[in-house]
Design a protein around this ligand. Structure first.
Ligand code: KG4
Ligand code: ZN
Length: 396
């Protein structure tokens, strides 16, 4: 079975093709086009991101199919696209007029690829961005007559861990990873910070989440204050890693000792703002601040997650989302957990941040697990006409 997956929930335009055969997976392609336009603004502007997705989707699809060896020029004998079909595609993409022209050209040039399903992120995310991906999926589904599987982005971040990661690096077929339940998943990104009790694939309860900013947002806002650009996490992490020695900068650890599993990061961002006020942003000071911000975020995330894992007798901790790419977070997690016999798993870094392979994996499990569709808020494969977006979609 081959699944073509589309992800446009934020500022990455991503398309992947996953092959599942005899219980093994092969990532035939996994293309991510990150939008650099937001670097100048210190955050993502939905309308700009939507425009970029419209421009990027067709080139990314072409690249993904080519890499998967599924791109074939249309045979001159193939039936041409009739006016009725073009009209329907135009109607589907009426709010993405830029995308319509690219899509028309693409469909006129290339054959229907040999894929069995189209998966697409339908939420949560930035609504205008989600619509571009969903409408593109609708247009392809209609024209190629291939069913669509709507996918929850957060489930994607969790379930990508079910690929046997070490083998994924070899780019050959890799089996499903066996994970012991119950598990506690920390999904931590630019838009989300959630602790999720995972009782099995498709069986989730959100047990805690941020009451204001997400942890990734805190990295991004701190980077903006320090004049480091966007996204903030990777650059702060790099500067912090190069810094050796103690830092005089002291930052709070909001809600670290509360008994619940909730988070709050807006106070930390405000503390960075106050700390830096009137200070000269020298190289040394920026390094110290990066180190302090990263340390504070890691402390809170790890303490709360380990508490939850202990309270729920978790056998596994599953990390996911852009912030889980942070090397310091990973190593501090391993270190602070070394006496507890809980296995900590996280994806390869390229699969921690937004990508479409995780959407394909989640779609695969949706098809394979009968209880999955029921447990999730979105239904199993559906007719393209019924596809919609849910900007605030939740798991469980
Ligand atoms: O999952 P993701 O790619 O997109 C969302 O769903 O939001 O996460 C993006 C977030 C950004 O806030 C970015 O600054 C953060 O993940 N991030 C990192 C690292 N790489 C990305 N944060 C800390 N350390 C990193 N290495
Ligand atoms: Zn994400």
């Amino acid at each position: 079975m081959k699944i073509l997956a589309i992800e446009t929930s934020c500022d990455d335009t991503a398309i992947a093709i996953l092959e599942a055969k005899n219980g093994k997976f092969t990532a035939l392609s996994n293309i991510v086009s990150s939008q650099h336009i937001h670097q100048n603004y210190g955050g993502v502007f939905p309308i700009l991101a939507k425009r970029e997705h419209q421009t990027n989707l067709v080139p990314v699809l072409t690249q993904a199919l080519q890499k998967a060896k599924l791109l074939k020029i249309r045979n001159s004998k193939s039936q041409s696209i009739d006016d009725r079909q073009l009209l329907e595609i135009k109607k589907i993409l009426e709010k993405e007029s830029g995308l319509y022209e690219f899509t028309k050209k693409f469909l006129e040039t290339y054959e229907k690829p040999k894929v069995d399903y189209i998966a697409v992120t339908c939420g949560p995310g930035l609504e205008p961005c989600l619509w571009v991906g969903v409408n593109f999926a609708k247009a392809l589904s209609y024209f190629w007559d291939i069913s669509v599987i709507p996918v929850n982005h957060i489930e994607g971040h969790i379930l990508v861990n079910f690929l046997e990661n070490n083998l994924y690096y070899k780019k050959e077929s890799f089996p499903k990873r066996s994970i012991r339940f119950p598990a506690i998943s920390l999904v931590v990104s630019g838009g989300h910070t959630q602790l999720i009790l995972v009782k099995g694939i498709g069986k989730y309860d959100i047990i805690g989440e941020t009451r204001d900013d997400a942890a990734g947002e805190c990295f991004d806002k701190a980077a903006r204050i320090l004049g480091l650009g966007y996204p903030g996490g990777p650059i702060i992490s790099k500067i912090a890693a190069d810094y050796r020695g103690p830092t005089p900068v002291k930052l709070p650890r909001p809600m670290m000792h509360t008994k619940d599993y909730d988070f709050s990061f807006s106070g930390l961002k405000t503390a960075v703002l106050y700390e830096t006020k009137g200070k000269q942003l020298t190289k040394k000071y920026i390094s110290q601040m990066c180190f302090a911000v990263q340390d504070a975020i890691c402390d809170v995330l790890i303490k709360k997650t380990l508490n939850a894992a202990k309270d729920y007798k978790a056998k596994t901790i599953i990390l996911g989302g852009g912030v889980s790419a942070n090397s310091e977070l990973r190593s501090q997690f391993e270190f602070k957990n070394k006496n507890a016999k809980i296995k900590i798993i996280y994806p390869p870094k390229e699969l921690s941040t937004d990508n479409a392979l995780m959407i394909a994996v989640a779609a695969y499990f949706r098809l394979k697990q009968p209880h999955f569709a029921k447990a999730s808020r979105v239904k199993e494969k559906i007719a393209w006409q019924k596809l919609s977006v849910h900007a605030n979609l939740r798991v469980g």
